[in-house]
Every structure is written in structure tokens, then in C-alpha cells.
Write a protein that binds this ligand. Structure first.
Ligand code: IPM
Ligand code: MG
Length: 361
């Protein structure tokens, strides 16, 4: 079978880490007997430089026509890059938001777990790190504050800005169903994170998700306020299995969840719609400060490629092979600079790719 994969290298370290993930995908293709055809797509700063826009209609069409999209990262240093002198809707991030919306990628899956080998990189107290954790953040990705109406205006000489947080029950229900389906394949627990003590939108989330939960009697369901959740993530992350939440809470909490796992360079993510199609990207950013030096950690992107195989192409065996290879590389003591520890062997981006490919079986 031949599959079409769109590749979005993007900005900063994006091209370096996507190059390694592509080599891993080639190895997976070889193992499976499938073939992959790749098309490179411009987005973010790279697209601004080439076309003046962070995402063109042509780029969206190419992604839509493919079976899955693998992305690196977009954006630059907002203090120095000329991209950030453009109006907000022409900046790199606007391209990513537009792509998510155009492809209806409403469910963002962000796994966060602590590899036993990386315990020393975990910033939490030893007794907490010792217990480990393995959670899946399910973040709603196409609604809420990031897509609501916004405006800045002046009234009676006072500058005012408004962003609107709106959700309808259908938007909530479809992502909740995804969360429960995922929980059924994991430790069977869903925690809905909200601010139902203050926000109407959160109260609607609660009402709808409580209804959805009734269809999954074998899944334990609880709700937790977002401020408490932020605290619980550093106090006792092992209590969580699937955390379901709206767009902005998920944006914030997923960074927190990734940090406690040692390095943002380790975590993958998938953004899915109702079909098998998905956009896969590392949780981390474009790290312009280390771009082009061959030292970025490609593991998050490589693990995102594994998610792509699993969710969009049904290639579970090859996805397992990638995940196991990553574990073996860590167990064998190889580290990129972001997760380097005493007594370990430091390697660069490309070498890390080689080491993982060598261990895929
Ligand atoms: C993320 C990022 C994006 C988001 C930005 C770049 C628009 O922070 O994927 O978490 O807020 O969704
Ligand atoms: Mg974010």
C-alpha cells in the first residue's frame, strides 16, 4: 500500500528534527512493505518568507489530500524576528491555528510520561518521580478562546480588549467521546479539567461530559478545577490517566505536563478529526536559539511519527518498533544535550536518529 504523507519542516529546529523522523518513517515503510510518498509543505515563518503568508490555500489543499501530516515546529524569536512585526493574523502561529481549523482537528492528544531512565531530568521531588506517571492530555483544539471573536478598541480614551470563550455542546461531546475511547484502552480513568465554579462554558462542559460518561460505565470519571489540576500535576501526577480539557487550559497544562517528564524534547502529539486523518507534531517549540547546530532532540518528532503510524495508518507493529527503539536507546545511555546526565553518552540530532533506526525491529 502507498500512503501520502505531508511533511511540514517549519522553522527553527523543525527541518532538522523532521529529517530524522522521515528517516524513521522510511525504515518503518521498509519493515512493513508499504511505501510512503512525501510532499513538503510550507508553514509558519518559512511560508511567510516564501509567500508572504503563514499558510497558503495550496498548502492546506496538499495536507487535505494526504493520509497524514507530520510537522516539526513553527515560529521564531518574537523579540528579534521580523515575522513578529506583522499583524497577528499574518504571524507564524496563525498558520498553525488556521491549519488545525481547516482540517477540523478538534482532538489534540498529548501523552506525558516519565521514562524511568530520565528520572534524574524530572524536576519533581525524588519520591514523586520514583512513582512515575503516564498520562494523556486530551485538549480541545478548534474552539474556545483561541477561535472566539476578539477585538481591541478604545472607549472614552481607555484601551480595552475582548476575547470570547464559547463552546457548543457538539464541540464538547465529540472530543469527550475521543477521551473516553482512549481511556478504555488505557487505565480507564477520565478527569475533566474545568473552571465550573466560575465559567458558564465550564458548566456546559461538565453537563455534557457527565452525559457522555454514562456510555462508558467501566471508565472512572471525575472532575477537577483547573487551578487545582495545575497543583496536582506537580504534587501527584501518577493519579492521572486521561485529562480532558478545553483549548486554553490544555495549552497551559500540557506544557506543565511535558516539563515534569524531563524535557519538552521527548513528547509527541497528535491532532485528530472524525476520520483517520491526523496532524502529528512534537509538543515542543522551534527553539530558534539552537537551530541549525545539529544538537536538537529529535525524539519527540520521531515519537510523533510513531503516533502517525498508529492512528492514521493502522501500522501498530511499526509504531511499537519505534517506541521500543527509543526506550532501548535511552537504556543504552545515549542522550541529546537537553536530557544529558552524568555518565551518559551525548549525541547530536542525526546520531540519535541513526541509533533509533538501528534498534527498530
Ligand atoms: C501549542 C502552541 C500553539 C497553541 C501556539 C503556537 C499557537 O502553544 O501547540 O501548544 O497555543 O496551540
Ligand atoms: Mg502551547
Amino acid at each position: 500500500m502507498n500512503y501520502n504523507i505531508s511533511l511540514i519542516p517549519g522553522d527553527g529546529i523543525g527541518p532538522e528534527i523532521v529529517a530524522e523522523a522521515k528517516r524513521v518513517l522510511d525504515k518503518a515503510a521498509e519493515m512493513s512493505g508499504n511505501t510512503f510518498s512525501y510532499k513538503e509543505v510550507l508553514m509558519g515563518g518559512a511560508s511567510i518568507d516564501a509567500t508572504g503568508l503563514p499558510l497558503t490555500d495550496e498548502a492546506i489543499a496538499t495536507c487535505k489530500a494526504s493520509d497524514a501530516v507530520l510537522m516539526g515546529s513553527i515560529g521564531g524569536d518574537a523579540r528579534t524576528s521580523s515575522w513578529y512585526r506583522l499583524p497577528p493574523d499574518k504571524r507564524p502561529e496563525a498558520g498553525l491555528l488556521k491549519l488545525r481549523k481547516s482540517l477540523n482537528l478538534f482532538a489534540n492528544l498529548r501523552p506525558a510520561y516519565l521514562y524511568p531512565e530520565l528520572k534524574s531530568a524530572c524536576p519533581l521531588k525524588e519520591e514523586i518521580a520514583d512513582r512515575g506517571f503516564d498520562l494523556m492530555m486530551v485538549r480541545e483544539l478548534t474552539g474556545g478562546l483561541y477561535f472566539g471573536e476578539r477585538k481591541t478598541f478604545e472607549k472614552d480614551g481607555v484601551k480595552t480588549a475582548i476575547d470570547t470563550l464559547s463552546y457548543n455542546e457538539n464541540e464538547i461531546r465529540r472530543v469527550a467521546i475521543k477521551a473516553f475511547e482512549i481511556a478504555e484502552k488505557r487505565r480507564k480513568k477520565v478527569t475533566l479539567v474545568d473552571k465550573a465554579n466560575v465559567l458558564d462554558s465550564s458548566r456546559l462542559w461538565r453537563a455534557v461530559v457527565i452525559e457522555v460518561a454514562k456510555d462508558y460505565p467501566d471508565v472512572t470519571f471525575e472532575t477537577m478545577l483547573v487551578d487545582n489540576s495545575a497543583m496536582q500535576l506537580v504534587k501527584d501526577p501518577a493519579q492521572f490517566d486521561v485529562m480532558l480539557t478545553e483549548n486554553m487550559f490544555g495549552d497551559i497544562l500540557s506544557d506543565e505536563a511535558s516539563m515534569i517528564s524531563g524535557s519538552i524534547g521527548m513528547l509527541s502529539s497528535a491532532s485528530l478529526n472524525e476520520t483517520r486523518f491526523g496532524l502529528y507534531e512534537p509538543s515542543g517549540g522551534s527553539a530558534p536559539d539552537i537551530a541549525g547546530r545539529g544538537i536538537a532532540n529529535p525524539i519527540a518528532t520521531i515519537l510523533s511519527a510513531a503516533m502517525l503510524l498508529r492512528y492514521s495508518l493502522d501500522m501498530d507493529r511499526e509504531a511499537d518498533a519505534i517506541e521500543n527503539a527509543v526506550r532501548k536507546v535511552l537504556a543504552d545511555g545515549y542522550r541529546t544535550i537537553d536530557i544529558m546526565a552524568e555518565g551518559m553518552k551525548q549525541v547530536g540530532t542525526k546520531e540519535m536518529g541513526d541509533l533509533i533506526i538501528e534498534r527498530m525491529e
